[in-house]
Design a protein around this ligand. Structure first.
Ligand SMILES: NC(=O)c1ccc[n+]([C@@H]2O[C@H](COP(=O)([O-])OP(=O)(O)OC[C@H]3O[C@@H](n4cnc5c(N)ncnc54)[C@H](O)[C@@H]3O)[C@@H](O)[C@H]2O)c1
Length: 257
């Protein structure tokens, strides 16, 4: 590792699992102190334990990104513990299922709540600290679902599309405060989030679901959490100093065809 985030502090939401955990571990390995935010306290602590075992610095901040008071408290705890905040990675997200005909209202609200409102609340709570750091960067997590229609994924497509639009709006509004805002659109990555969906796609058979999905990827495989973490690291680091409002597609060519 090359110390790309040496001396920086990042808050990563949904870092108790999957892509968020991989990013927390990678950022820490690059010299960053990390606040691991997750709805599931034990999962957040597990990520922290892994980072500390490797000589990194991290704290667990259990919080629901849709609850403003919890989000504000997580941001304040981070600044108390590490003295500053340079990077916010709005990674927490949930899936939904169903087309616009059969998606439930509860599912719609939950999907929009975690993916979109969560990004709004975390960003709002972090802005003053990110501006004060002089190297503020926000990385949002969207999906290829923001760019193409995915069957039976109506609420998720809408939510991730909103995250891309919100990213552009925030990039324009926050540039004068020295904060860059970019968004990643990952293709399918095998994580706990995707497993039920992949299984359902294979009519209960995970291998069949994986095969049906992989065929859509010109690169011939799905992504890994570590590959998306690398994209997040790039956007969070000074390597991306002229990027703001950018949509970085990390999808093995899925949307290129
Ligand atoms: N896995 C994929 O194929 C894929 C593809 C494109 C985009 N994404 C996006 O990447 C992000 C991470 O996905 P993942 O696959 O690593 O998922 P994951 O389910 O493995 O991890 C998500 C984490 O977010 C946490 N979380 C959920 N709701 C929360 C809330 N309200 N407050 C705080 N934490 C909450 C969960 O507890 C979990 O630990 C999501 O935004 C997802 O939509 C994933």
């Amino acid at each position: 590792m090359t110390g790309q985030l040496e001396g920086r502090v990042a808050l990563i939401t949904g870092a108790g699992s999957g892509i968020g955990r991989a990013a927390a571990q990678r950022f820490a390995a690059e010299g960053c102190a990390v606040a691991v935010v997750d709805l599931v306290a034990a999962a957040a602590q597990d990520t922290v334990d892994k980072i500390i075992a490797n000589g990194g610095r991290a704290i667990a901040c259990p919080a629901n990104v849709t609850a403003d008071a919890e989000v504000r408290s997580a941001v304040e705890r981070t600044v108390e513990a590490f003295g500053r905040l340079d990077v916010l990675y709005n990674n927490a997200g949930v899936n939904s299922s169903g087309s616009v005909v059969d998606a439930t209202e509860d599912d719609w609200d939950r999907c929009m709540g975690v993916n979109v409102k969560g990004t709004f609340l975390c960003s709002r709570a972090a802005v003053s600290h990110l501006a004060a750091s002089g190297s503020g960067a926000i990385v949002n997590q969207a999906s290829v679902a923001a760019l193409v229609g995915i069957p039976n994924f109506a609420a998720y497509c809408a939510a991730k599309g909103a995250v891309v639009a919100l990213t552009r709006s925030m990039a324009v509004d926050l540039a004068p405060r020295g904060i860059r805002v970019n968004v990643i659109c990952p293709g399918t990555v095998f994580t706990p989030l995707m497993e039920p969906l992949l299984r359902a796609r294979g009519d209960g058979d995970l291998e069949a679901g994986l095969a049906k999905t992989t065929v859509k990827y010109p690169i011939g495989r799905l992504g890994s959490p570590e590959e998306i973490a690398s994209a997040a690291l790039f956007l969070a680091s000074d390597q991306a100093s002229f990027l703001t409002g950018s949509v970085l597609t990390a999808d093995g060519g899925m949307t290129a065809q």
